[in-house]
Ligand binder design. Structure first.
Ligand code: TYM
Length: 331
C-alpha cells in the first residue's frame, strides 16, 4: 500500500475550516487504502514564540481533533513529532545539503519573517521547511496530503531527497503533494481573497472548537458582493465562491448542483445552508473532542503506541542515513 504522511502545527487550540477541509478530511479518506502516518508537529510550533504549558495542552487538543475528525489509530499511525527524535536528527543532516539561497526562497518564510521583522525572526523559522522535509523523507512517504500553501515545501522535500540520493546513494522516496483542487485553498470569510489562516484572527476565521453560535454568526456575516446571483466565479465573486466551495465540501453536492439549487434565491439562503452544513459536522465533532480530552490517559496511550510504530520506521531510516553520510557507527 502506498504510504502517506502529513502533520499540523499545534499553534492554536482549534483547527480551522481550512485545516479541516484542506487536510484532515483528506487524511481520513486516505487511510482506507494507504499506510498513513499523521503527526502533531510540535517541533515546528516553537519557531515563532510560544507558551510551554499552552503548547502541551494544544498538542493534546490537536491530537484529539485528528481522532474526532476520523483518524483511526488502529489503521493510521498517529503520533507527536517530538516523541520520535529521528525527525530532528535527520533535519540536521538535510540542513547540511540545503543551500542558504534555496532556503531563502521559501515564500512562507519570506512572508512570516517580513511580518515579524529580522530581530524577531528565529533561525528555526528559517530551517522549518528542512525539518518538514525530514518528517516526510524519514517515512518514505509517497504522497503528502496538504493544502496549496504547502506545495513549495513538498517541492523542496523532493529536491533535498533527490540530492541526497545522488550524493550518497538511493535512500529516499521522492514524495508527491496530494492537493485535491476543490479544497486546496479555503478563504477567509471577511477577506475572501486571502487564505483562511490562524494568523488572521478576525471574524473571517472559522475555528472548529468555537461556540456553534459564533460559527453560525460568522458564516452569516461573511462578505459576499453586490450582485445577487449564486454562481462560482473566483475572479468577480470570491466571497460567494468560497461559500459554495464550503457547502459543496460539506454536503457532497457538486458546485454545478449547488448553483442550480440556488437559482433565483438570495445570499441569505446560501449562508443559512452553509451554516447548517458546517454545524452538522462541528457539533458532534466538538462532543467527541471533549470526550477524548476527558480521558487524557487514554489519549496519551494512543500517542505512545503511535510513537512506537513511527519510531520503528524512522530508526532504521536514520541509521541508513548516518551510515551513508559516513558517521562512524556507535557501539
Ligand atoms: P499548518 O499547521 O499551517 O496547516 C495544516 C494543514 O492545513 C492546510 N491549510 C489549508 N488548506 C486549505 N485552505 C486553507 N486556508 C488552509 N490553511 C491551512 C495546510 O496546507 C496543511 O496541510 N508546514 C505544515 C506542517 C507540517 C507538515 C509536515 C505537513 C510539518 N511537517 C510534513 C505535511 C508533511 C504547516 O504549517 O501546516
Amino acid at each position: 500500500r502506498p504510504r502517506v504522511l502529513s502533520g499540523m502545527q499545534p499553534t492554536n487550540a482549534s483547527l480551522h475550516l481550512g485545516n479541516y477541509l484542506g487536510a484532515l478530511r483528506q487524511w481520513v479518506a486516505l487511510q482506507d487504502d494507504h499506510d498513513a502516518f499523521y503527526c502533531v508537529v510540535d517541533l515546528h510550533a516553537i519557531t515563532a514564540g510560544h507558551d510551554p504549558a499552552q503548547l502541551r495542552e494544544r498538542t493534546r487538543v490537536t491530537a484529539a481533533q485528528y481522532l474526532a475528525g476520523g483518524v483511526d489509530p488502529d489503521r493510521s499511525t498517529l503520533f507527536v513529532q517530538s516523541h520520535v527524535p529521528e525527525h530532528a536528527q535527520l533535519a540536521w543532516v538535510l540542513s547540511c545539503i540545503t543551500g542558504f539561497g534555496e532556503a531563502s526562497r521559501m515564500t512562507q518564510f519570506k512572508d512570516k519573517s517580513a511580518r515579524a521583522g529580522a530581530e524577531s525572526t528565529t533561525v528555526g523559522l528559517f530551517t522549518y521547511p528542512i525539518l518538514q522535509a525530514a518528517d516526510i523523507l524519514l517515512y518514505s512517504a509517497d504522497q503528502v496530503p496538504v493544502g496549496e500553501d504547502q506545495r513549495q515545501h513538498i517541492e523542496l522535500t523532493r529536491d533535498l531527497g533527490g540530492r541526497f540520493n545522488t550524493r550518497f546513494g538511493d535512500t529516499f522516496v521522492l514524495p508527491k503533494a496530494y492537493i485535491p483542487e476543490a479544497t486546496a485553498k479555503i478563504y477567509d470569510l471577511q477577506e475572501p481573497t486571502a487564505k483562511m489562516s490562524k494568523s488572521i484572527a478576525g471574524s473571517g476565521l472559522i475555528e472548529l472548537l468555537d461556540a456553534p453560535k459564533t460559527i453560525e454568526k460568522r458564516i452569516k456575516s461573511a462578505v459576499t458582493d453586490t450582485g445577487r446571483e449564486i454562481v462560482a466565479d473566483a475572479q468577480n465573486k470570491p466571497g460567494v465562491t468560497n461559500l459554495i466551495t464550503i457547502l459543496s465540501a460539506f454536503s457532497a453536492r457538486s458546485v454545478a448542483q449547488i448553483e442550480q439549487d440556488f437559482a433565483g434565491r438570495g445570499y441569505g439562503d446560501l449562508k443559512k445552508e452553509v451554516a447548517a452544513a458546517v454545524l452538522d459536522v462541528v457539533v458532534p465533532f466538538q462532543q467527541r473532542v471533549q470526550e477524548l480530552l476527558d480521558d487524557p490517559a487514554e489519549l496519551d496511550a494512543v500517542l505512545a503506541r503511535g510513537a512506537q510504530k513511527a519510531h520503528e520506521v524512522a530508526a532504521p531510516m536514520l541509521a541508513t542515513v548516518y551510515e551513508r553520510v559516513g558517521f562512524l557507527a556507535a557501539r
